[in-house]
Design a protein around this ligand. Structure first.
Ligand SMILES: [Zn+2]
Length: 644
């Protein structure tokens, strides 16, 4: 109750607290003209700072949401405290003893609830750390840390501790220090069972989780004993009046100054990763505690990084495991990306090491390099998606562009889309217009939706030709060519002519064709047989020719060879010779070659464009492709000029 604190003391607390210092705990400020500072408002979402303070008059006001007041009201609002709790909190920070109007009150009520709970956590943390450093029972916990290259100095620096296995050791310790059972239960330190209170964390390594001002408000506890009755690898304090897992970030108290200065934050996955990063010099590292990185975490970081429109974008770097779960997490974070003005980056270690393992394996430079090599979230999302497709084929490229188009379409800042569209067209080796068409067609993605994952999984399977060529069980694994496809239809006729009327071809003509000229694998196999038989010189006699081809071709296409050898050609024969007209044969021949060359040119150009955007350039391959392209284009030009 407000009236209980001596009014002179309230005035003294107000006078001695610096509003600038208190606000700076939460918001990064910059000058807003003489005697005035501004930053992003902690009480409403905004992209341009309208939260102002005037240190000379100890006042704050937000022109965006209209909130304002003095240092006490700021603490009340930002920490969700009552008036007296806010005064007590400030007094505690100043080291001031408060007087109360009704004389000395009992200790438990003398401090506000928040202060009591924070104090209980401070005492518990001290107790845990002492045990970790000295107790024989904590040997396993010490071994765990030592195995990860953390020593006793690091233990003290981060306040790591050991929760004893007994079951009520901490409860007894805190009761002896004057804390009530209610405080221990409310604070999440103890549970209440049939036989009374028990320690919430037993036989575990514990990390103190501190709020942005440095107060310990909860613990994260890791399983270290095989016979731990609780399977969960990590246990965290559950929601309490002072612990909100959706906002708390482990390491933020240590990192916030650097985050604010560098306008950059690194989000890692575990407590040991935060430790490893800080020790390796990446002092902007934080981690969520038993929950995914969410909207409230974003808000907290934004205010520190001055994530404002009009400024150079701040950077948030996420480290994720290279495994599927990590990639899924990254994709989810990408879906949240549009809530930021800042740019999100992803650092993924290729062998899947987390920062803690990386520090052990490669020392501090390896951890620093991981963070420095982070790639933009957009690029990561696109690359991860493209990897699922075989972009060496035209079909794979189309599937890939359809899969990434929704990602580009989901970028809220429309002015960025053309640039990303260009980038993807380069990665896939497709026309910018083609990618742009797919992007405008694509709806906005929701990466969380399982439907999307399923769809991409399906696209992953098979040989990418499912649509054009349905599989058959007895085809020796080779799809049956779909005759409705005009390209396939032309290929088929050409093979028919080759099998039925080999004499109509000019000498050497067959050598102009390569197996790659045929897009259907079954056709390619038949042509292989034709080539081999041709070189053994059997085409004089029609029947001998067919059996020679059947002999030479792979056995799964034997049926197809005989089919092609007898099927009627869809053209009128020359009445005088009984053979297909030379015009029909020439057109067919040129058509199949033109299609094949066009396809090969597209594939080469696509590979070249991908090389231009590759992480590791390969000048040799680029040169090779250049020569190949010239040859193909010359051949194509010759066909068009009628000299093919
Ligand atoms: Zn505001």
């Amino acid at each position: 109750m407000a009236g209980l604190i001596n009014s002179e003391d309230i005035a003294a607390v107000k006078a001695r607290s610096s509003i600038e210092d208190v606000v700076r705990e939460h918001v990064t400020l910059r000058s807003a003209g003489p005697g005035s500072l501004k930053g992003l408002c902690p009480f409403h979402d905004e992209k341009s700072p309208s939260f102002n303070i005037r240190p000379a008059v100890e006042a704050w006001h937000c022109f965006g949401c209209g909130e304002g007041g003095d240092v006490i009201s700021f603490v009340q609002k930002v920490d969700h405290l009552s008036f007296s709790e806010a005064v007590e909190r400030l007094a505690q920070k100043l080291g001031m003893e408060l007087r109360y109007e009704n004389g000395d009150r009992p200790r438990e009520e003398g401090l506000g609830r928040r202060s009591r709970l924070v104090e209980a956590h401070r005492v518990a943390e001290e107790y845990y750390t002492e045990l970790l450093l000295g107790s024989p029972a904590a040997r396993q916990a010490r071994d765990f840390l030592r195995a990860r290259d953390f020593n006793s100095e690091h233990v003290k620096q981060f306040g790591v501790g050991f929760a004893p296995r007994g079951g009520e050791d901490l409860v007894r310790h805190l009761r002896a220090k004057g804390f009530t059972d209610d405080e221990l239960v409310t604070g999440g330190i103890a549970g209440r069972g049939a036989r009374g209170l028990y320690d919430r964390f037993r036989g575990r390594l514990v990390w103190p989780i501190r709020d942005i001002t440095g107060d310990t408000v909860g613990f994260g506890a890791r399983r270290i004993f095989d016979d731990d009755r609780i399977d969960a690898k990590y246990l965290n304090t559950s929601e309490t009046p002072i612990y909100k897992k959706s906002t708390v970030l482990y390491g933020l108290d240590l990192a916030k100054k650097k985050i604010s200065q560098g306008r950059r934050a690194v989000v890692v996955e575990g407590y040991t990763d935060v430790m490893a990063c800080h020790l390796a010099g990446v002092e902007t590292a934080v981690a969520t505690c038993g929950t995914a990185f969410g909207a409230d975490h974003i808000k907290t970081l934004r205010r520190l990084m001055r994530d404002e429109a009009g400024l150079a974008p701040a950077r948030v770097i996420f480290t994720f495991d290279g495994d599927a779960a990590g990639q899924k997490a990254a994709m989810r974070a990408f879906a949240d990306d549009e809530k930021w003005t800042s740019q999100s980056f992803v650092a993924v270690e290729k062998s899947g090491k987390d920062p803690c393992e990386l520090r052990q394996a490669g020392g501090d430079p390896a951890v620093q390099a991981l963070i420095e090599d982070a790639v933009p979230m957009f690029e990561f999302a696109v690359r991860t998606t493209i990897k699922r497709f075989d972009v060496g084929t035209a079909e794979g490229r189309i599937q890939a562009v359809r899969a990434v188009a929704p990602i580009i379409a989901s970028i809220r800042d429309q002015s960025l889309r053309p640039e990303y569209t260009r980038e993807v067209s380069g990665m896939l080796g497709l026309d910018v217009e083609q990618v742009a068409t797919e992007v405008s067609r694509a709806g906005k993605i929701k990466v969380d939706e399982d439907a999307r994952t399923e769809r991409s999984d399906r696209g992953d399977r098979g040989d990418g030709r499912d649509d054009a060529e349905p599989h058959v069980a007895d085809g020796g694994g080779m799809p049956v060519p779909d005759r409705r496809d005009p390209v396939i239809h032309a290929e088929r006729q050409l093979l028919q002519v080759l099998l039925q009327f080999p004499a109509v071809f000019k000498p050497g003509a067959i050598d102009l064709l390569t197996p790659e000229a045929f897009s259907a694998p079954a056709h390619r196999a038949v042509f292989d047989g034709i080539r081999i038989a041709h070189h053994s010189g059997d085409q004089g006699n029609a029947r001998a020719w067919t059996s020679a081809v059947t002999e030479a071709a792979p056995s799964p296409v034997a049926g197809l060879v005989s089919e092609l050898a007898v099927d009627t050609l869809p053209t009128r024969m020359d009445a005088s010779t009984g053979l297909p007209t030379s015009r029909y044969v020439d057109e067919l021949f040129d058509r199949v070659r033109t299609i094949a060359l066009t396809r090969q040119i597209a594939d080469s150009m696509s590979e070249m464009r991908r090389l231009d955007h590759a992480e590791t350039p390969s000048p040799e391959r680029t040169r090779e492709l250049g020569i190949q392209l010239q040859t193909l284009q010359r051949e194509l030009a010759a066909i068009k000029a009628g000299m093919g």
